[in-house]
Ligand binder design. Sequence first.
Ligand SMILES: [Ca+2]
Length: 196
Amino acid sequence: MVANRTVRLAVAGVVLVSAVVAAFMYLRLRDTARVLRNEVTVIRRPGITRTRQTATKVAGAKVENIAPFATVTASSVGESDRQAGGVADGDAGDDDAWLAASDAPGAWIKLTWDLPASISAIELYDLPNPSDNVLAGSLQFDDGETIPVPALPPNGTAWRTNFAPKAVRSVTFRIDRSQGRQTGLAEIMVYGVVSK
Ligand SMILES: [Ca+2]
């Protein structure tokens, strides 16, 4: 009887231990499978795929004014300025412009692209009014580089800067000094290629 009871206890113990080990193994395998699934997901993340597409497209794509493809933000917009978005619509000769709410130094306008852009030139168009002029400023890129901007041509014709192609997500133009009653830009153009 005692022997039988010992055997039963031993069997029960083995079954219990086996069950615990099986449960442990199951959870481990389930977690491993989850991790593997996550790794697959990371490899196929759209951002990574798009970056590869960008690299391919940039190689053979046509350089154009990509400002119209950007999200535009500004430090402020004058109350009367209803068409500020036209500052990046690709037409420098129209009537729209970005007018800052104040002529205090430090007003800025920023273009941000959803995907990386490769850019190599920027054109800034001052307000065509000969008395409202940007006297000094800077272009700031999200890679940390800054290009100083001298006084813009006061009649609203383009000031252009060319540089070696660089990959950026955003460009900010900051006005450090100006004269006249209003500070702003008639148009900003950024030449490059943005992935689509
Ligand atoms: Ca315009």
